[in-house]
Ligand binder design. Sequence first.
Ligand code: NA7
Length: 537
Amino acid sequence: MNADTTPKPRNDYDAVIVGAGFAGLYMLHRLRGLGLSVRVFEAGGGVGGTWYWNRYPGARCDVESMEYSYQFSEELQQEWEWTERYAPQAEILSYLNHVADRFELRPDIQFDTRVEALAFDEDSGKWTVTTSDGGQTTARFCVLATGCLSSPNLPQIKGMESFGGATYHTAKWPHDGVHFKGQRVAVIGTGSSGVQSIPVIAQEAAQLFVFQRTPVYSVPAQNTKLDPDYVAKVKADYRGFRKESWFHPFTFHAELNNAAALETDEAERDRVFDRYWQHGGLPFMASFNDLFFNMEANQTAAEFIRGKIREIVHDPALAEKLCPEQTFACKRLCVDSGYYDTFNRPNVTLVDLNDEPIEEIVETGIRTSARTYALDSIVFATGFDAMTGAILKIDITGRNGAKMREAWAAGPRTYLGLNVAGFPNLFTITGPGSPSVLSNMVPSIEQHVNWITDCVAYMAEHGYTRIEATPAAQDAWVDHVNEIASVTLFPSCNSWYLGANVPGKPRVFMPYYGFQPYVQKCDEVAAKDYEGFRLSA
Ligand code: NA7
């Protein structure tokens, strides 16, 4: 495309990107490739997003490393060597640092700078970006690459400030690590972050108290060093391997069993479940094709996992307390390394918050309705204000003074999870209304970045300077997202997909279920000259 070649003052760019994680880095690479001037603002001191912040013990990805990576560069995917089936946080962070260096991205990224406000100026057609360093930058395009799980949720518990020991949130973990040796430690929360960190902290702490509000379904990762023969096989046709996952309902490799749990006799069903359990990880969800659509089928998987918990945990009463009752995989399924077995350790105590709710945090520890737990450290593994939290932290003002916080007061509304009516030239990557967290994030990010890049190029070719979703297209899309969600079992539990984990957050199912139909829709929209968007000069 023909980029504007007139010299620009340092605070005016063609595009501003917020965030330098997987999404922001690739977006920068692509927009620069169009010849655009681009500035990235990143709150962290380095690249990596989620993988920069979540340095808690045991942190690793629940999607296999050979496919939790970029595919846009054949050289990159050939040269990078993953060491384990599931990459630990530090390795993913090294990978992203490598990407930043390899594609010389750093000069265009301003670190330690949080975007505080975005305001659209009708006359100039540009966004003014106000940053935490007091700076103001203008840009025609603005891309929110702020991540789905980047705004930590810290519960407000009475007396928190009075605790005399140390407190940590898994998503804001100190960079030089934490030593728990000899300590009495509490972990509050048993989602993925709790499930991954609890077995590791238990090995070091003198005493570990796990404060559980809702028991969780977890499948063993069966993590292992990567087999060089397997890696060589994938790399021999990496494009083919990626294509297979692109067309897989989960967007990562998993053997799909095209049989219904309800049409399979119990003994055979258990054999199948066990085979997937031994294989490990999220592919367990592919063991039968009716698990997400029929509660009776769903509960066969639930009961299988409860059976495993009863087998693993020696104390039957404790095992019952660890058994989840809600819909299987309605909250994101966890993938663990020794989670349930950790409760057999003599230094680990489960505190069931349904029996003894937390009343307050005191100087010496946590007081529940039953007793006071004396503690040296408290770890909050309490998750995120997911999908909308990081976006709504920014004071965003669109056309005619419209506020994003008001536009989303009853829950997020987007067209394709890519743009919001009333907010021209503002794109979201893996925003609410797109498959994002229900898919393998990296291919989803690449699909969005590619779509946005093509859109910006199209606008330049056709002399357009402004794009914005029409309210009608947005309304129809929001209805469609809800309609699809309603045929699944996802809305049947209090998950962060629904915003149910954050007090006061509107209860709306945020991601779109179905990667392939979604991609098809995005492609059709582009092919029909961005149908559902208003383009203007
Ligand atoms: P999650 O999955 O949201 O888990 C948070 C956990 O913290 C969950 O067990 C919550 O219980 C618990 N929680 C939250 N608030 C409280 C309070 N106030 N008291 C007690 N317990 C509380 O976050 P994660 O960081 O583990 O994982 C997020 C995603 O990252 C994960 O799904 C993967 O995609 C990667 P609840 O279930 O709400 O009763």
